[in-house]
Design a protein around this ligand. Sequence first.
Ligand code: BG6
Ligand code: MG
Length: 222
Amino acid sequence: MKYPKAFLFDLDGVITDTAEFHYLAWKQLAKELGVTFDREFNEQLKGISRMDSLEKILALNPSLKDLPVEEKERLATKKNDHYKDLIQKLTPQDILPGIKDLLKDLQNQQIKIALGSASKNAPMVLERLELTHYFDYLVDAAKVSKGKPHPETFTTAADYFNIDYKDCVGVEDAESGVQALNDAGMFSVGVGNELTEADYLVEKTADLKLENILEQYSKWSS
Ligand code: BG6
Ligand code: MG
């Protein structure tokens, strides 16, 4: 069996359900702007940066399209304030099922672990979940110039470890993230039924079993 050398994890929606908090915070801001959107539209916001998400929301109302940069900055900060209120109460109880066991199994196998997140709040969220010590390297929005779906978030982690991209497995809940992994030439594991482009798809995080992922990775890499 061929083993990968590193696992790269998305944060929001994979390690904890902060994807839901991002959605609620955007919904609140959108309401204040008189714009509505649903969960289907929200799928497009997953994995992409705060400003790119705001642009997509503003595009829903033609009268908001040409706001000055300062106003856009103000709105993005307002969304982040809503989001920070929501994550105040995060505790280790909010780690999604199966994630801690997977992190422990990876450590036992001496496979490197990195975070690949678009969120500027990522280090703080990991701290609240008391998971920081599992990670050998963190890539967040501050470390990359091109966000997902560009592969840079994940290639930055692999380059730091000096590991070939084909020796990396990435875990994602967003289309943009799966695309980033695929374009990097990494093995993509998707969480959620919609991610048909993923090399290996599971329905929920509780199904992320190291043994099964390694089996699928081995087939993919041979
Ligand atoms: C990603 C989320 O992880 O981070 C997106 O999937 C979010 O929904 C993005 O917009 C940026 O997060 P933040 O915390 O920097 O606003
Ligand atoms: Mg995500």
